[in-house]
Design a protein around this ligand. Structure first.
Ligand code: RIB
Ligand code: CA
Length: 303
């Protein structure tokens, strides 16, 4: 993940479901130092101190980092400021950790909500990681040919080479593109519900006020905004909320169509990826707030 405000909500929901195995961060919405520090800060507010947090890549494989500070703020979590310690060059990177723990990871699902640089490096450095997780769900791109409201989705645009490597090598892959993520919108008025969840709701409320002001209208509803990374969590927790299609995929890596997901040419001999083609929007919203109710009990502890 590249927290990032919707990443922060996605991490919160995974913790609400008590399903967190560990977190790794990658440069994306903001540089690696910030994504790494932000993941640790969010886990601190959630009271989760027993999950490994590992840094990954400091930038895309073949191009300079493009950030999304306009949506997530200079440090990545809106106006939630604070000093971030730089990642030590001696901190083990996530791909080494994944390889060291590959056996126990066979019972886990991986959810990628940032550029796929870490996963691509892991797949190339340690090929057994291509066949380790029960499933690998990537929030990136869009269903080929789908009608979307953005020419390029951020995660795949930042590192199209990494995405193409992942689509080529990684097994049991699922894709949540903006064709469904920008349907599963959250009405801005729903943010008032966060007041029920104490310090966790207070943390998210400030971030999402910032984010909704900048992303409102994406997906075509001026009174709502997308939370793409939370949709990727729903795809793993409640896959029946989605309808799926199996397609072999490739990624346009250079030029004006950089980051476009296409059906793979037959000679690339790629395995099919499970691509979300539709989502039960009402069911998604119900699932999200039901998961968040886990924090109602902690409502007494303000930030
Ligand atoms: O395009 C949406 C994706 O890009 C989300 O993961 C968001 O956090 C940004 O990383
Ligand atoms: Ca993200």
């Amino acid at each position: 993940m590249d927290p990032g405000i919707d990443d922060a909500w996605a991490l919160t929901v995974i913790c609400a479901l008590k399903r967190l195995k560990g977190v790794s961060t990658v440069a994306g919405n903001v540089p690696l130092d910030n994504t790494f520090g932000n993941a640790r800060r969010v886990l601190g507010v959630l009271g989760v101190d027993n999950a490994p947090v590992l840094p990954g890549a400091e930038g895309p494989l073949m191009s300079r980092l493009i950030t999304a500070k306009a949506f997530h703020g200079d440090k990545g979590l809106g106006e939630w400021e604070g000093d971030i310690a730089p990642v030590s060059p001696h901190t083990p990177r996530v791909w080494s950790w994944w390889d060291d723990h590959a056996q126990e990871l066979t019972t886990s699902h991986l959810i990628a909500t940032g550029p796929l640089t870490n996963l691509a490096i892991g797949a190339l450095a340690f090929p057994r990681l291509t066949d380790t997780w029960r499933s690998v769900t990537c929030m990136c791109g869009a269903l080929p040919g789908a009608q979307v409201d953005k020419a390029q989705e951020f995660n795949i645009y930042v590192d199209p080479h990494a995405a193409d490597i992942v689509f080529h090598w990684v097994k049991r892959l699922r894709l949540i593109g903006i064709n469904v993520a920008h349907r599963a919108l959250i009405p801005v008025s729903d943010l008032a519900r966060l007041e029920r969840y104490g310090r966790v709701g207070q943390m998210l409320s400030g971030m999402l006020q910032f984010y909704s002001e900048r992303s409102r209208g994406e997906g075509g509803d001026p009174g709502a905004f997308p939370i793409d990374d939370v949709v990727a969590v729903a795809a793993v927790a409640e896959p029946d909320l989605f309808s799926w299609q199996e397609l072999p995929l490739a990624v346009v890596r250079e030029g004006p169509l950089r980051g476009t997901v296409v059906v793979s040419p037959i000679d690339l001999n790629r395995q099919p990826v499970r691509v979300a083609v539709d989502v039960d929007v009402h069911g998604f919203r119900e699932w999200l707030w039901d998961a968040m109710s886990a924090f109602a009990a902690s409502a007494s502890t303000p930030l």
